[in-house]
Design a binder for this molecule. Sequence first.
Ligand code: COA
Length: 179
Amino acid sequence: LFSKIITTERLVLRPYEEGDISFWNKWNLDPEVQRFMPELKNEAMSDAAQRLFLQECKNNPEDIYWTIVWGKGNEPVGTITLFEINKHHGIAELGIVIGEKDYWGKGIAKEAIQAVLVFAVSDLGLRRIVAEYEEGNIALEKALLSCGFQQECVCKESRIKNGKPINTIRFIFLQDRKN
Ligand SMILES: CC(C)(COP(=O)(O)OP(=O)(O)OC[C@H]1O[C@@H](n2cnc3c(N)ncnc32)[C@H](O)[C@@H]1OP(=O)(O)O)[C@@H](O)C(=O)NCCC(=O)NCCS
């Protein structure tokens, strides 16, 4: 699904646009950006396939996709997604990529995650958000902690990386938990 535009102090989170497609292959094929991502996404896609993907995102009722735009330059720097949204249970998962490496370490992940949490709770009525990351992704761990997430568990050997099983860490944000 594409949902409303969210504006923060320095960012605009807006639905995907066709113009974003040129950024996706760059980010998907950059080994540094992909270091902690599942390997399956590490493939080049044609423009036609990317356009189809954009339409699938738009039509998927369980996921909401935003492009993260650095407000001042109007430039896409990454994406943030709420996926597997289930309003009955009040749950969803969160994923984020800052694909433009020049923008790492500026607090963009923290600002974007915080804004999407507010939207998830206020607009969607969700109460539990899961974020799962590969062990060693310190930047994401810190960003999640500062947004009020806590570790729920280690998912042992839940992903294959470079031919070997690795652990992922599951963090949760609980709306009614005073952090
Ligand atoms: C992980 C990622 C989302 C972090 O985004 P970011 O905008 O650079 O993060 P922030 O600037 O908000 O930084 C969050 C915290 O991590 C710290 N940090 C940033 N980069 C770091 C690094 N390489 N090593 C250690 N700490 C780091 C920041 O100092 C900040 O800490 P603080 O809370 O103590 O101030 C981004 O690096 C990224 O997209 N990487 C590639 C894709 C990826 O791994 N996505 C997640 C897959 S589940």
